[in-house]
Design a binder for this molecule. Sequence first.
Ligand code: ADP
Ligand code: GN1
Ligand code: MG
Length: 362
Amino acid sequence: MIELLSLVAVARVFEVQKGFRSAKPYGSGHIHDTYCVTFDDGDREDRIILQCINTAIFKNPVAVMENIERVTNHLRSRLGRGADIGRRVLQLISTHDGAGWHVDAEGRYWRAYQFIEQARTFDSVNSPKQAFEAAKAFGEFQRLLADLPPPRLHESIPDFHNTAKRFSAFERAVAADESARDEAARDEIAFARARETLAMVLLGAGLPERVTHNDTKLNNVLLDDESGEGLCVIDLDTVMPGLAAYDFGDMVRTMTCPEAEDERDLSQVAVDFELFDAVLRGYLGGAGSFLTAPERGSLIAGAKVIVFEQGIRFLADFLAGDTYYKVNRPEQNLDRCRTQFKLLSSIEQQEDDMTGLLRALA
Ligand code: ADP
Ligand code: GN1
Ligand code: MG
């Protein structure tokens, strides 16, 4: 946690109002340190989102910021001067020197965004309408970026959704047993190993490369307070070349079950078919016609693969001693893994119905 004075000093490097009022940790992301900083010049209150980029995870923050600048500029030009454009696309705030980010004396990378007001994110889903709207926003996001001119975006985290490499990393974590936790996770290790073949399902399918978000969890889209519509896709660090099915998979993972990602009582953790239906309709509606038939046909596989991949990522981090995801209790990553594996079992059970719905809609 950064102390208040340093936060204020960093915020002032950016083009912000005078009159500092407050700075508070904000949101529930697992990766960056995010703050909401409020200024008040007497006439008007203004909020910004100030983020310290996690450079242990994003080792090339300049590449991340270059991607974000290109992506947000493209989205703005595609949306034109439409209504509410200032709230529909993230707007970076420049530094007084005209830069898009700031490196402080300790070498930390900072960026600032205009705070998007009268909208919010949700950590867990509470209705089919909400799932529909969030999925539609991510589908539109892919559609608007389908014609991003070359060059190819930087891979902000190489092999981010290379499930085979994720599986090898998981096996290395089991072998190293850094924190002597293998025993506690015996059942989960066996569950993952029994599904190793899932790791190759998308990689070998010859699907087209797209510009994808790669972290389409529910709390990475702001929903409008008044209309409930998907307003703005956020958390753009992992926007890079990928497969459409990765994004759909992460939507199924986070928008089809109202339970928390780290819920300990697994009895209610399952994919709700009504929510799945809403996610599928929302995503297909938002994406429109750019998806090819093989891409549409890969969506259910995407759900299985991404839920599996997330499960082994949490499990590997638990075994390694919680070095990647933020945790606030010792077994949190194991609990997160368990919910993913329960969701995967639930998808396996409903796969035929899901495929039937996809065929009917696609
Ligand atoms: P992380 O990568 O750590 O998940 P995010 O970029 O998703 O970080 O930001 C964390 C939270 O901050 C989001 O879930 C959202 O609630 C809030 N947030 C981020 N950017 C904005 C913004 N421009 N306006 C309003 N809220 C925002
Ligand atoms: C992280 O940054 P956040 O909390 O939106 C992670 C995602 C995981 C997610 C699991 C860069 O996302 O890949 O799916 O946690 N981001 C990174 O909740 O690893
Ligand atoms: Mg986030």
